[in-house]
Design a protein around this ligand. Sequence first.
Ligand code: ATP
Ligand code: MG
Length: 415
Amino acid sequence: MNLARQIEQYLPRQLLGLVKDISGQAAKQGQRVYLVGGVVRDLLLGYPNFDLDLVVEGDAVKLAQQVAENSQAKLLAHHRFGTAKLRYDNFTLDLATARKETYDSPGALPTVTPGTLKDDLIRRDFSINAMAVSLASNDYGELVDPYQGKSDLEHHLIRILHPKSFSDDATRILRGVRYEQRFGFEFEAQTARLLKRDIPMLDTISGDRIRHELELIFKEKQPELAIKRLGELGVLPRISPFLKGDGWIAEKFDRARHLKKPVQLPSLYFCLLIYSFNERDIEQFLARLNISAKLSRAMRDTLRLKARLPLLDKPSLKPSEIYYLLREYEPLAIQVNAIASEPSMAHRYFELFLTKLRYVSTSLDGEELKKLGISAGPEMGQILQRLHKAKLNGEVRTGADERKLALSLSLKLKR
Ligand code: ATP
Ligand code: MG
C-alpha cells in the first residue's frame, strides 16, 4: 500500500518540505529512512500528529548533521545512542538509528545493537505503533506493516507483538490502557489475557518509569477513562494498595479540567488521585513513584488540609483568620481541596484566599517604618503583622491609613 498521496495532504507544507529534504539527503548518503510509530498510526486514522519520529537504517546522526547543515535547525545528537533531534521554530524531528533490543531480565533496560527496520519495529509496544512509511526515493510512501497494524487499527484492536512483551516491559500495560481508552479500542483476546497475567511484573519497573507513564495518561483529553480502566483491571492496586479508580475520581478529574483559571493539570490530577489516602499511606506512594520534592509537598499538604477542613467550616471567619489558617499550605493543595471536598463554608474561604488574600501586602515595609521612628526588632515585626491583618480585613486602605495605624501601634507598644 502506498501512502504518498495521504502524506501530501496530511503534513503541513513546511513539514512536508522537510521530510522531502531528509528523504533526498538520505538517498545521497545511501541510507534508508522511514517515518515510524505514532505518526503513521495517526496518519492512517486521520488524526493530526506532527511529532515526527524517523528511523534510519544506517546512521541517524550522520543524516541529521547533513540536514541541519542545509537548514536552520538546531541539532542535538547523542552519538552513544545513535539518535538526534532537529529543532525548528515550530516543531522538532526525532531521528534514530534502527536498533535491535534484547531484554536480559524483566523490567531492566534492554541491550541495544544496530539493526534493520524490522528489528526496530518488533521491539515496539503494539502492532498499531509498529508500522513505518518509507521515505526512500525508490519506494516513497510505501507502508511497512509486518505485524498487521493496519488491520488491527481497522478492527480497533490493541495487540502486543510477542507473548513476552508485557513481562519484558510492564510499562506497556499502562501504555496499552492509554491507547485503548484514547481511541476507544479493545485489547485483542490473547493480549488481554497476558496483560492480566503480567500485572505483577509492574513490580520490576522503576518509580520514574511508572510515574512517567502516569504523566502521559494525565496528558490525555480524558485521563479518568484510563484511570478507571486501570482500576478495573487491578493495575492500580499493584502500584499502590490504596489507589482506586472509581467514579469519584472521574467526576473530580472532569471538574479539574473545567476550572476557568489556568492550573497545572498533571499535578492536580496526582493530588486528586491520592485524595482518599490517609496521611500515613501517602509516604509509601511518594517513595514508590519517586515524586519530586515540590509535588510531594503539595500532595502531603492536600491531605493535611483535608484533615483540618472542620476547622474551616465556620461561618464568618475574618479574612485575616482565613489567611493565617491557609498560608501554610501549597496553593495547589488548597485548589485540590476546593475541588475534592464536600461543599461547605471552607469553599468560599479557599476561593477568597486563592484569588485575593494571598496577594495582599502592606504598602509600608520595614524601611518606611524606620522613617517613622520605629526601630528594627520584635516591635517592628509586630507592627508589620498588625498592619497586614488590618489590610486583609479592609481596616486600612491607603498608605496614609497604614502610617497612622503604625504610629498609634508604636505608641501603644511603648507604653
Ligand atoms: P503518542 O505520543 O500519541 O502517545 P507515540 O506512538 O508517538 O504515541 P511515544 O510515547 O512518543 O508514542 O513513543 C514513540 C514510539 O516508541 C511508539 O509508537 C512505540 O512504537 C515506541 N515505544 C514507546 N515506548 C515503548 C515501550 N515501552 N515499549 C516498546 N515500544 C515503545
Ligand atoms: Mg509521540
